[in-house]
Structure formats: C-alpha cells, structure tokens
Design a protein around this ligand. Structure first.
Ligand code: GLN
Length: 301
C-alpha cells in the first residue's frame, strides 16, 4: 500500500471507527507516533511521507490490537498521570484521570490547610509533620499515587506495596525513571509491615484499591474487562471487601497524626464513612470529583 501517512492514518481511523473505538482519530495517530517515535506535533511534518510496506504492516499490526479493544496505553506502553508519564503493561491497572483527584485534595489539605467542603481545617503543625513523615502507597499498581505524593507534595519517604510482583516491578522502574527513591514491599495489604517486634506506622496512607463489585465486572467496558487485571478491579461483595480489610488494620499502621486517603466508587461514600467511624476516625470527609460524584475519602482522628 504506497499511500502517504495522511491517507494511512485516515484508513486507520476508519477501521477503528468501524470497531466502535471512541477516539478513533486520536488513537490512529497515537499508534503512528508511538511506532515511529514522533511527537504529536511533529506528525504534520510526516503527512506526505510514503510508508514502506514493512512500515505499513507494522502500523496495521498495532492498529489491529486497538481494533480488538486493547487499550492504547498497553500498546504504547505508557500513560500520563498529573504532569508525568509512567510505563504501563498488561497485568497493571492503567492510571485513570479520576485518580488525580486524590493527589489534588491531599495537596489542598496539607499545603493550604483545609479541604473544600470540610468544616474543620487541619492545624499547621500536623500538616508539616505529615509532609515530613512517612507515606505508604498501598496497592500501588504503576506507582502513580506514591510518585504523585513525591512530585506534587515533596514527600520524600514513600513506601510502595502491592500484592502482585508485576506492579511491584513496574513501580520500581517508574520510580527509577522519575527519580523517586522509594521503598518497595510486595505483600497482601499490611502484611509486609507487621513484624514480630511491632508494626510499621505511616503518617499518610494513600490507596486506590480494587473496589468494583464482583457482580459488576461483567458490565465493564470491553477494553477494561478483557484487558486490565481483574486483581486490580475486583473488590468482592459490593466492592467493599478490600476497604473492610484496610480499615480493620489501618489504625495499627497510622501514626497519631496520620491521614488515610482512599479513592472510592461513586456509591460507596456512606459505607466507607461507616467503616471509618468504626475504625475510630473522627474526621471523615467524602469529596466529589469534577462531575460532583463522591470519589475520594480522606480521614484522620
Ligand atoms: N494505585 C494504582 C492506581 O491508582 C493501582 C490501583 C489498583 O491496582 N487498584 O492506578
């Protein structure tokens, strides 16, 4: 097929459209950019280039993966979060825009001293202690939350943990590439932090754990359900099981001034509040995303 890039990209776009891929145009271009290592703004300079047959084959091979529903980020091997880019691969959840809220809210609370909508501000001494203290990114996946705490809030002592080895490996690589000196512990929730001599405590625990109800998994988009790791999505009955485990143990792993921040499903606010109360938190704030759905829980005592 000796067509110029401009035409090839149109063919690609139409093929993706026919497969009901939402961002057909953008994805057909991004696959090209990834394959030929050009930025999106350099693309226009390639418009008239005529591709060799083998180049064309390579392009349509990758395009076909997208056509089958594989997420673009697994094809290109990277995803953006806040203002940085991380590596992603199959077996690790792709960072979501929504998850950025967690970092934005914690930054607001710890740097400015209050949360939008929360009546009680946090005293400066406590905020400073948390910023200088130890943080834990629990169920770290690609490591975006812990890296976000380091890059956006300047927290230096960040531990990353996940139950699976693929995310741990990827988190290490992402930290290395982004210059974050993390501590890495593989294990089931707090298990790596319980020792014969005591329990390791943190000043800030942040987590986006699996929270989709098992019975909802089959209703997820094909791109998610068929390609992303179930282990990062399935939160058991009502999607609450991992939160229940976290809240049962978290008080043993938080310092007195410590803060817990969780991403939650839009219908889980009340249930999280109840779990937080029985764990002994006195400040529990459920915060909205840009579409005004409750998606973040921040608590302390
Ligand atoms: N912390 C990672 C993220 O927010 C992974 C979450 C997960 O695996 N459930 O994307």
């Amino acid at each position: 097929m000796s067509l110029p890039v401009k035409e090839i990209l149109k063919v690609g776009e139409r093929m993706l459209e026919a497969a009901q891929i939402e961002d057909a145009k953008l994805d057909s271009q991004m696959i090209y950019c990834h394959l030929f290592q050009v930025t999106k703004s350099q693309l226009i300079m390639e418009w008239q280039r005529v591709l060799e047959d083998w180049e064309c084959d390579n392009y349509f091979q990758l395009l076909d993966r997208r056509r089958q529903g594989e997420p673009l980020q697994y094809i290109t091997g990277e995803a953006s979060f806040l203002d940085f880019t991380v590596k992603v691969e199959k077996g690790v959840l792709i960072p979501r825009r929504d998850t950025e809220n967690l970092i934005v809210y914690i930054k607001e609370l710890l740097k400015e001293g209050s949360l939008k909508g929360a009546a009680v501000p946090m005293e400066e001494k406590r905020r400073k202690a948390i910023l200088k203290g130890k943080a834990l990114d629990l169920c770290c996946g690609s490591g975006i939350l812990g890296i976000g705490l380091n890059k956006w809030l300047g927290i230096k002592d960040v531990t990353f943990s996940d139950i699976n080895s693929e995310p741990m490996k990827l988190t290490r690589e992402n930290c290395k590439a982004l210059g974050v000196a993390g501590i890495f512990k593989e294990g089931d929730l707090f298990q790596p932090f319980r020792h014969a001599l005591g329990k390791k405590r943190f000043d800030l625990i942040i987590s986006n754990p699996p929270y989709i109800a098992t019975e909802e998994i089959e209703n997820l988009d094909r791109d998610v359900k068929d390609f992303e790791p179930l282990a990062a999505l399935d939160g058991g009955k009502e999607g609450m099981e991992i939160y229940e485990n976290i809240l049962e143990q978290v008080m043993d792993h938080l310092t007195k001034q410590g803060l817990l921040a969780l991403e939650i499903g839009h219908d889980q606010g009340e249930k999280i509040k109840a779990l937080g109360r029985s764990a002994g938190f006195t400040q529990i704030h459920i915060l909205p995303d840009l579409e005004n759905r409750p998606r973040v829980a921040i608590m302390w005592k």
